[in-house]
Design a protein around this ligand. Structure first.
Ligand code: DC
Length: 224
């Protein structure tokens, strides 16, 4: 079974997807980490960001692996490196690149093939897995998302003003929505869950209920 969780930056997708995958015994696919790792590969190879073909050529020559909640780029553990502000600032060059997207979507499908997966990102229910049995669209207001992002950054030792983080979230919402390929959209058959004012546990519970409903709906004859 494939469960997709899409939504804007800071809605809590990774936290929820990881916990849900743990509860269900499913694999967790963090596709944002894949775009981040591609951007880091670009930095390391010194690609020119105004020459998208350079990153497009580099993508299939890199080795990208997600295992045990760690991200590996060409065999090196880059889990922390891809979360830095410097990498975050250039990740859009990977996310806006149609060839990189095509390559990563293919990789995501290969990673999920035949298994039980919770996958999170922006285009998982719309582009990568349009036939997924259960699709969630996770949202929260921009202020709440900024507060959560600030807490995350502080826990990593970065000092920022809430105004800066909010401006950043608004900019990323704009980028995510206007991307010509793979933009952030709610799939028509996705269930929207607003996490405003809910605890992490409450959100996981709500999402798990939706998953159970969809599982039941898959085999209506089983319940006769
Ligand atoms: O979720 P995140 O912040 O780790 O994502 C990093 C970037 O990658 C973000 O700018 C949106 C982009 N992204 C994307 O375009 N498609 C996805 N499936 C996942 C992330």
């Amino acid at each position: 079974m494939i469960i997709t969780i899409d939504g804007p930056a800071g809605a809590g997708k990774s936290t929820i997807a990881r916990l849900l995958a743990g509860r269900l015994g499913f694999r967790f696919l963090d596709t944002g980490a894949m775009y981040r790792a591609m951007a880091l590969a670009g930095v390391r190879h010194g690609v020119a960001w105004d020459r998208p073909e350079q990153l497009a050529e580099l993508a299939p020559r890199t080795s990208l692996a997600l295992a045990h909640d760690r991200v590996y780029l060409d065999g090196e553990d880059v889990t922390e490196a891809i979360r830095s502000s410097a990498v975050t600032a250039v990740t859009r060059y990977a996310a806006d690149n149609p060839q990189v997207r095509e390559y990563l979507v293919r990789l995501q499908r290969a990673m999920a093939a035949g298994g039980d997966v919770v996958t999170e990102g922006r285009d998982q229910g719309t582009v990568a897995f349009p036939d997924a049995q259960c699709k969630i669209y996770l949202t929260a207001g921009a202020e709440e998302r900024s507060r959560r992002r600030l807490a995350d950054l502080q826990s990593q030792g970065e000092t920022r003003l809430i105004e800066e983080v909010l401006a950043d979230i608004n900019r990323r919402d704009q980028q995510d929505a206007s991307r010509p390929v793979g933009p952030l959209r709610r799939a028509p058959d996705a269930t929207e869950v607003s996490t405003d004012g809910l605890s992490v546990d409450e959100v996981v519970q709500r999402v798990q209920e939706i998953v159970e409903q969809r599982r039941g709906a898959r085999h209506p004859s089983d319940r006769l």
